[in-house]
Design a protein around this ligand. Structure first.
Ligand SMILES: Cc1cc2nc3c(=O)[nH]c(=O)nc-3n(C[C@H](O)[C@H](O)[C@H](O)COP(=O)(O)OP(=O)(O)OC[C@H]3O[C@@H](n4cnc5c(N)ncnc54)[C@H](O)[C@@H]3O)c2cc1C
Ligand code: SF4
Ligand code: SF4
Length: 1018
């Protein structure tokens, strides 16, 4: 049987003919894996494509993917891979920046199932975990015990302990706690040949199997032989993560690897990027959670001074010293939410600030640290330069700003992107100032620039020059890397100081450690992995960093021409980093009109693999599948749009399945650092799909609801039969796909619009936009809103079609149901009716107020990308949710609403996803807080799971309920019986009632109804 290519050639993507050669082998591996394991075996092109990238610039098609259900699955898979000579690549969150998590191998994704805490010993301050556990989850689990695992990497919400050990990761507070290597006590490892052992201190390994003991002896012999070379070649800085840690025998790190100076073999596996063995579980050293923190923000008149003085500040033994440069400060100032936070940290117009954190048990000690910082800065000639932040909430807000600044930088549009390849060089602090200013000069010589941030304390400043990897980026990358490397050598620093070697830096291992140690690394690899099948081509046996055949955007990368239904021209731009300019929209040369470039914005950083109760990404939170993740969807779209998944991939069943569980919550629109807006992309996908593959009867029915709704309102008893006639619900499931387990919204005869008393257009100072759902299903909400507005003294006009509208009697509609089916032309027609009807009012500046978040916010979102011109923009600028309007008036001191107390003293609020995406939850809280004596609590919830018609569909019922059960339903069930439940979304209210059927079906209310009840009649 033909073997897969050997280590040195391993990472080159196979040409098509060669792929064919290995197809039989792939087939055999996948067939035999299916027999041997319980977990998921994913070998189709789409799944492989989703695992072909990490957060680096590379893309390599894996042989296949295994999502193991148990450690036994992994053992079986490794045995098969050895037999079939297929390489193995372990994977956690896939957030690596250097390409160490891509390769033509069987990818083993530990993150879905192998994520448990195995053992915990508070007295010994240790915890043992499986490799796929996410750092934040572990720390949340540990928190009640007053301890944490303190290697606080920025990707804590996504990265796994297995991946952190693989990369020897390090966090912002590494100066206080060290890197992974300083905090791992043992690793239970499995070798490709089935040998298994706990790697720990030399003594504890005496009882290991003979094969393992041979390895240990072999490694020791190599290290002994190379003692002098190790001392000569290993940079003596804390942040050195390149190569193998052969220096466990002759430590070069300024921080000892072990407390007693013993040799721990687990530390050899740390940082080995999965090239030696598979980590089955790890035992970690814990630290007490610091009870007190104090933050000092030092303001510097020049960047150089900030860098030059860092070493003196570090002398005060802070826990972190983090840099924010002028560009980041300006970015934060441009953001209305962050401006007040950053302003508080600034004194005048600094060129850079350093965030200096002191942490420990005793608050007074931390405050004393702050006082010493103030004194030091005076001594250094910068008196009055420190803003003191003893308050925890203020500190957190400022740390959040630092993170957000990076995100804004990553959202740069155009083909030039900040590229990570020298992002984490570490230099001794005394050279930091010179290093940064010389490198800045190198960037400008190469026609680019970079923004500096992060870990000043350890001389590891992050910087990503902006390069266009589709054009001259590779050439510039090498040139800049060479100049940077020369400086790093001159300053006796480490070229790889945080992110590992991977594909981008393994080539530099030889440069950093010299030929003797490189040869020794190969010997180590040979001892562990004689077949060369464990993540080949990383650390040893590597190719070139600028081998363009490995790039995500390889030479010849092409986008298939396509006419999108929505306007994506804002993404279709080119940028010039040197001049800091961006071309006009539509000038980027994207044959897909900007859609491809919008999709390509995903840089795989994995931020969407969040589990906290934000909104991104609910389908991932319940499935934990890469396919049902924003990143997975963006990757599949990118591959389809560039023809890498074969012809017609955009409208394939695979693509449909990938988009299927996206509930269009717009969580990614808000949370994705690079602005990937999958809800909008789903509209575009559905548009292309229905053009080619047509619409199901169910989709046709739901999308055209606003058209037939007037008929249903005339004969509500008939249209409501589905829920009352025995067998009708089951028939609707069989014939149309509506879940029989669901009730449907009830049609009403007493709809809002016909009966509502509307002021004339000319008299109005507010327009009320009654959406389809609140008009036909819950007219009491619209009535309540009208009454509240009128009680507050507004003259309200109710939005109606113009007399010359083609259907003057049919209510206006935002077109949301059409958009949800991809029927963009129909949605545009509805939008035109709305715009025409509201144009004269909007021209007078009359605010347009709506109740249903998904409808009203369509006016502010999708209306702007349907080619509707300036009228749409003016309307968007004038459209408010009911609560936003009231909150705006309140802020302006114009709200005259007399409210009295309610019988209920507490309100529990669930925000609709689109409210969250548009930052419109706070206004609900502000307005409810006007009710005397009402305490308002926000449920930390993600999508309710209903999401328009999504949850009504039989195919989605289970996922829909799982989403609701994540946090929303448990929270409302726990609420006291006299608590008000508030939810502005029609579907959210329905989901709460359905999901609590066992408790009698709890009823949530629109905020307008709550205010109506609180109105003081005078
Ligand atoms: C925006 C951003 C910020 C970042 N900030 C930091 C930071 O502050 N500090 C930092 O150190 N890094 C940082 N990183 C890099 C990365 O997030 C970390 O290195 C992280 O710890 C990797 O975890 P992961 O689970 O994603 O690992 P993966 O990328 O999945 O894997 C990392 C390596 O470990 C190997 N591996 C994974 N599981 C196993 C196993 N079971 N057995 C053997 N080998 C295994 C993989 O093969 C791979 O070589 C950042 C990345 C991004 C995109
Ligand atoms: S979709 Fe956004 S958050 Fe997710 S990986 Fe891509 S860029 Fe990151
Ligand atoms: S819109 Fe929501 S469900 Fe869809 S990808 Fe974005 S976060 Fe996930």
């Amino acid at each position: 049987m033909a073997a897969y290519p050997g280590p040195d050639t391993m990472n080159a993507p196979l040409p098509q003919h060669q792929h064919a050669r290995f197809d039989t082998q792939r087939l055999e591996l996948s067939a035999r894996l299916r027999q041997a394991v319980e977990g998921e075996v994913l070998f189709d092109a789409g799944a492989r494509g989703r695992y072909a990238t990490d957060a680096s610039i590379y893309q390599v098609d894996p042989v296949g993917v295994l999502v193991p259900k148990s450690p036994a699955d992994v053992t079986a898979a490794l045995a098969l891979c050895r037999e079939l000579q297929v390489p193995v690549l372990a994977r956690g969150g896939g957030t690596s920046q250097c390409g160490q998590t891509v390769g033509a191998a069987l990818v083993i994704d530990n993150s879905k199932h192998l994520n448990k805490v195995v053992d915990f010993d508070l007295d010994a301050m240790t915890v043992t975990v499986q490799p796929g556990i996410v750092l934040d989850h572990l720390n949340a689990w540990l928190k009640p015990h007053g301890v944490w695992f303190p290697v606080d990497v920025s990707t804590a919400a996504q990265c796994t302990l297995g991946g952190m050990a693989g990369n020897n990761s390090c966090g912002s507070r590494s100066i206080a706690y060290g890197n992974m290597v300083h905090n791992v006590l043992s690793i239970d490892a499995l070798l490709l040949d089935g040998a298994q052992a706990r790697f720990c201190s030399e003594q504890c390994m005496d009882g290991a199997p003979a094969r393992i003991r041979d390895i240990v002896q072999g490694v020791r012999a190599i290290a002994e032989r190379e003692r002098e070379e190790i001392a000569r070649r290993y940079p003596a800085v804390l942040r050195r993560v390149g190569g193998y840690n052969l220096d466990i025998y002759h430590p070069q790190s300024p921080r000892p690897y072990t407390q007693d100076g013993s040799v721990n073999l687990a530390h050899l596996l740390v940082g080995s990027e999965g090239t030696l063995a598979y980590t089955q579980q790890l035992t970690l050293k814990l630290a007490p959670l610091p009870a007190a923190k104090a933050l000092g923000v030092v303001n510097f008149p020049t960047f150089y001074q900030a860098m030059d003085m860092t070493r003196h500040i570090v002398g005060l033994s802070p826990c972190a010293v983090e840099l924010v440069d002028r560009t980041m400060i300006d970015l934060a100032r441009d953001n209305p939410a962050f401006r007040p936070v950053i302003e508080k940290a600034l004194i005048g117009e600094p060129e850079a600030i350093l965030l200096v954190e002191f942490a420990g048990e005793d608050k007074s000690e931390q405050l004393a640290g702050l006082a010493r910082l103030v004194e030091l800065m005076g001594d250094l000639g910068l008196p009055g330069s420190v803003v003191q932040m003893p308050d925890a909430a203020e500190q957190k807000a400022l740390w959040d700003v630092r993170k957000a600044g990076l995100n804004i930088m990553m959202s740069m549009r155009g083909d030039g992107k900040p590229v990570s390849f020298i992002e984490d060089c570490a230099v001794p602090l005394e050279h930091l100032a010179e290093y940064t200013s010389r490198l800045t000069e190198v960037f400008s010589r190469h026609g680019t620039r970079g923004t500096w941030y992060a870990h000043a304390s350890v001389g590891t400043l992050h910087v990503r020059p902006i390069l266009d990897m589709r054009r001259d980026g590779a050439k510039k990358m090498r040139a800049i890397a060479e100049e940077a490397a020369a400086m790093v050598r001159e300053y006796k620093g480490a070229f790889s100081g945080e992110h590992g070697d991977g594909l981008v830096r393994s080539e530099w291992v030889d440069w950093q450690f010299g030929p003797r140690l490189s040869a020794s690394f190969r010997e180590v690899k040979q001892l562990f992995d004689p077949d060369g099948l464990m993540n080949p081509g990383k650390i040893v046996g590597s190719g070139k960093m600028d081998d363009a055949t490995l790039f995500r955007f390889k030479p010849g990368y092409r986008v298939i021409p396509l006419t999108p239904a929505l306007d994506w021209s804002a993404w279709d731009v080119q940028n010039d980093p040197a001049a800091d300019t961006v071309s006009a929209p539509g000038m980027g040369g994207d044959p897909a009109g900007g859609l491809a470039k919008a999709v390509e914005m995903c840089n795989n950083n994995g931020h969407c693999r969040k589990f906290d109760a934000g909104t991104m990404c609910p389908s991932y939170r319940v499935t934990r599948d890469e396919q049902h993740l924003t990143r997975g969807r963006a990757n599949t779209l990118r591959l389809a749009l560039s023809g890498q998944l074969g012809p017609d991939a955009l409208t394939s069943d695979e693509m449909r399945a990938t988009m299927d569980l996206c509930v269009s919550c717009k969580g990614c629109k808000r949370d994705c650092p690079t602005g990937v807006d999958m809800a909008r992309m789903k509209i575009e996908f559905l548009h292309q799909w229905q053009k080619k593959r047509g619409l199901s009867l169910k989709d046709r029915l739901i999308s055209s609801l606003p058209r037939w709704a007037p008929w249903a309102a005339r004969l509500p008893w008939l249209f409501n039969l589905r829920d009352t006639l025995p067998g009708a619900a089951a028939a609707s499931e069989r014939l149309l796909g509506f879940s029989a387990k669901r009730s449907l919204p009830k049609w009403r005869r007493d709809t809002f619009l016909p009966s509502a008393r509307s002021a004339g257009r000319d008299a109005a100072d507010v327009v009320l936009f009654a959406d389809t759902f609140n008009n036909y299903f819950e007219p009491e909400n619209a009535r309540a809103a009208l009454q509240v507005l009128q009680a507050a003294g507004y003259t309200v006009h109710i939005a109606q079609p113009l007399p010359d509208d083609a259907e003057p009697k049919r209510p206006l509609c935002c077109g949301r149901t059409y958009l949800a089916a991809g029927l963009v032309d129909e949605a545009r027609a509805e939008a035109r009716r709305v715009i025409a009807a509201l144009r004269p009012l909007v021209a007078r500046g009359v605010p347009v107020v709506g109740l249903e978040p998904s409808c009203l916010l369509t006016l502010r979102d999708e209306f702007l990308v349907m080619g509707l011109g300036e009228d749409a923009q003016r309307l968007a600028a004038n459209a408010y949710l009911f609560e936003e309007f009231l909150a705006k008036e309140l802020k302006a001191g114009k709200l005259n609403l007399k409210l009295g107390p309610l019988p209920q003293k507490k309100a529990l609020l669930h925000g609709h996803c689109h409210q969250k995406a548009f930052d419109a939850v706070k206004p609900v809280q502000q307005i409810l807080a006007l009710i005397p004596g009402l305490q308002v609590e926000l449920i930390e919830s993600s999508c309710c799971g209903m999401a328009g018609s999504f949850g009504y569909e039989a195919a989605h019922y289970d996922v829909s309920m799982q989403m609701a059960e994540l946090s929303l339903l448990p929270a409302v069930r726990k609420a006291a019986p006299d608590t008000l439940l508030v939810a502005d979304g029609t579907s959210c209210r329905h989901q709460i009632a359905d999901g609590t059927a066992a408790e009698g079906g709890l009823r949530a209310e629109h905020v307008a109804r709550v205010l109506q009840k609180a109105l003081l009649q005078n």
